[in-house]
Ligand binder design. Structure first.
Ligand code: SF4
Length: 333
């Protein structure tokens, strides 16, 4: 799967697939499409995550190449564009125990389904049991922890710190993605996290103000700068959504700003989630980005990272090694 093909698959985002190809360990329901079933397709050392649909009108269709075989083909408008296999997930994604602690959030970012899903908060013991089960498969190469905000950012950080302290015994890299607090980087580093992610979501300040009204972009940026000092180069990341109505110029400037702080941006195609029909009122320009735009921005980011001496291929936890949702510099482009 070359970068152009992966860009087409990400831009399309969903595929018609026979549920028989998706027995349980192959299905993922968390991440940007929380609540939606998805699967991982692997081809030529590259991976993409697609929403699983039973939809004869979908442009992408996944079909078995031969009866009983593992190889599948993806057709776009009836024409084969790539062959590969469906890859099993471990916890949320392949090869990682990626766990969301609080599946609810007091913040209400306009693109995010989590506040609407209003799920529950897993107990410490429950998370430990999930990781223990994942470890037994022999296929757990990393542990990643994320969380919405049940009551306060401080409480989620404390939860994550306590869980990380209990998980260091597995001796695999641990990454954490939470909303930052004044001392979250220090606490999570001391607990044993190797990597950290604080999301800017967008670097367009006008869109941020409308879409992420409960967050403070300057505080997130200060926290990222602090994290780069504490965790070091190539260990600090930030999700940056593409498709909220921002210009390419704003994205490029934002990528440059983050990279100069020592932060690797994760350019994430907007998921128009059915639980967030209100997004278009908040961000009238919101739309899934095109394949060409995703490819152009990923190539731009690759160059900026190279210029800043950063390498996304060194990351060991969370989204950069997974690569399912994004065109990842140094791995895909
Ligand atoms: S790239 Fe990140 S959000 Fe997407 S499937 Fe992988 S771990 Fe989940």
């Amino acid at each position: 799967m070359d970068a152009k093909t992966k860009a087409i698959l990400i831009a399309e985002g969903l595929a018609d697939i026979d549920p028989g190809l998706l027995d349980n360990p192959k299905v993922s329901t968390a991440g940007p499409g929380a609540g939606i079933s998805s699967f991982f397709f692997r081809s030529g050392g590259h991976r993409v995550r697609l929403e699983a649909r039973r939809d004869p009108d979908a442009r992408l269709k996944v079909r078995r190449v031969s009866p009983g075989g593992d190889e599948v083909t993806i057709l776009c408008d009836g024409r084969e564009i790539v062959r590969g296999t469906i890859e099993p997930t471990l916890l949320h994604c392949p090869e990682q125990a990626y766990i969301t602690i609080s599946e609810r959030c007091i913040f209400n970012c306009a693109f995010c389904p989590v506040p609407k899903l209003a799920g529950r908060t897993k107990s410490h013991d429950e998370v430990l049991k999930m990781v223990a089960d994942a470890y037994k498969t022999g296929n757990m190469h990393a542990i990643s922890i994320t969380s919405g905000i049940e009551n306060s950012p401080e409480e989620e950080v404390a939860r994550a710190v306590s869980i990380v302290k209990s998980l260091v015994r597995y001796n695999v890299p641990i990454g954490v993605s939470v909303y930052p607090t004044a001392d979250s980087s220090l606490l999570l580093k001391e607990a044993g996290s190797l990597e950290i992610k604080y999301n800017v979501e967008t670097m367009d300040r006008s869109i941020f103000k409308r879409a992420c009204a409960d967050m403070d972009l300057d505080f997130v940026l200060e926290s990222l700068e602090d994290a780069a000092r504490i965790f070091g180069r190539n260990r600090v990341y930030s999700n940056f959504i593409i498709g909220l109505g921002e210009s390419d110029k704003t994205v490029k400037k934002g990528v440059q700003v983050l990279a100069e702080l020592g932060v690797i941006p994760i350019l994430r195609a907007l998921v128009l989630h059915p639980l967030r029909p209100d997004l278009v009122d908040v961000c009238p320009g919101a739309a899934r980005p095109s394949a060409d735009r995703l490819l152009m921005l990923a190539r731009f980011e690759r160059k900026v990272l190279d210029d800043c001496g950063l390498n996304a291929n060194l990351s060991k936890t969370m989204c950069l090694p997974c690569t399912g949702c994004d065109l990842v510099p140094h791995r895909d482009v």
